[in-house]
Design a protein around this ligand. Structure first.
Ligand code: KIV
Length: 267
């Protein structure tokens, strides 16, 4: 029997072992992810972009996020599954936040949720944690705020912005989060905050000093030819591998080489 990863296991890794987190949104990919030694699967609201083809993460709904979360948890992964709360599922108030966070556990089968923001959503974080729903924070470049930020820009540059990030991180820790994602912040700032917190930090574009790292799986696997932000490392170029296989399939079908005898039923 495989031992599943719990929130306690993640907390226990701080200062001892690095945490590996990756996104997944469907059962086929989750089976592969879980065969690798991954600690946390994030069903990210990036699903709106990489699965649904939206321009930003803003359009994905609670129902769609619960659907993707259930697709992931149905495979019963060993990794801890975190459901990402979509835009306006928690910003609108404490009772919306608790009810929607609860849906990720009740209907989606997740073990935890993630939401974006610090002090401005602190009452929501407290209420979710008080309902015994483990909650992960997300600071720095929070993509649901793309229009407020005026684009996807590095956050926390300069003393004042770095102090604001630190204050938000400490407030999230006090409110009961079990970890915090830092997206697109200078590595020195991420280090200072990581050292100051007792909960693990998980970086994406936040340098090597965080307690763990996360990437969107399509980025890591090179499934898009165009999209390649500075912080992404491609560990494969599946766009080319998949296209090569499809080109071969198409030409074999057109030439009559597939299906051959090996792939036919006989009387
Ligand atoms: O939605 C997402 O995939 C995320 C990660 C990039 C952290 O929030």
């Amino acid at each position: 029997m495989k031992k599943t990863v719990s929130v306690m296991d993640i907390l226990g890794k701080k200062g001892k072992e690095r945490i590996v987190m990756i996104t997944s949104y469907d059962s086929t990919m989750t089976k592969i992810v879980d065969d690798a030694d991954i600690d946390i699967i994030l069903v990210g609201d990036s699903a709106g972009m990489v699965m649904a083809g939206l321009d930003t993460t803003l359009g994905i709904t609670m129902d769609q996020m619960v659907y993707h979360t259930a697709c992931v948890t149905r495979t019963r992964p060993r990794a801890l599954v975190v459901g990402d709360m979509p835009f306006l599922s928690y910003q609108t108030g404490v009772s919306d936040a608790v009810a929607n966070a609860g849906r990720f556990l009740k209907e989606g089968g997740a073990q935890a949720v993630k939401l974006e923001g610090g002090l401005r959503v602190i009452e929501q974080v407290k209420a979710i944690a008080k309902a015994d729903i483990p909650v992960m924070g997300h600071l720095g470049l929070t993509p649901q705020s793309v229009h407020a930020f005026g684009g996807y820009k590095v956050q926390g540059r300069g003393d004042e912005a770095a102090k604001m990030l630190m204050d938000n991180a400490l407030a999230l820790e006090d409110a009961g989060v079990f970890s915090i994602v830092f997206e697109c912040v200078p590595d020195a700032v991420a280090k200072e905050i990581t050292d100051a917190l007792s909960v693990p930090t998980i970086g994406i574009g936040a340098g090597p000093h965080c307690d763990g790292q996360v990437l969107v799986i399509q980025d890591l696997l090179g499934m898009s030819k165009e999209f390649k932000p500075k912080f992404v490392k491609r560990y494969a170029m599946l766009f080319d591998t998949i296209k090569e296989a499809l080109d071969k399939y198409a030409s074999e079908v057109r030439e009559g080489a597939f299906p051959d005898d090996e792939h036919c039923f006989k009387e």
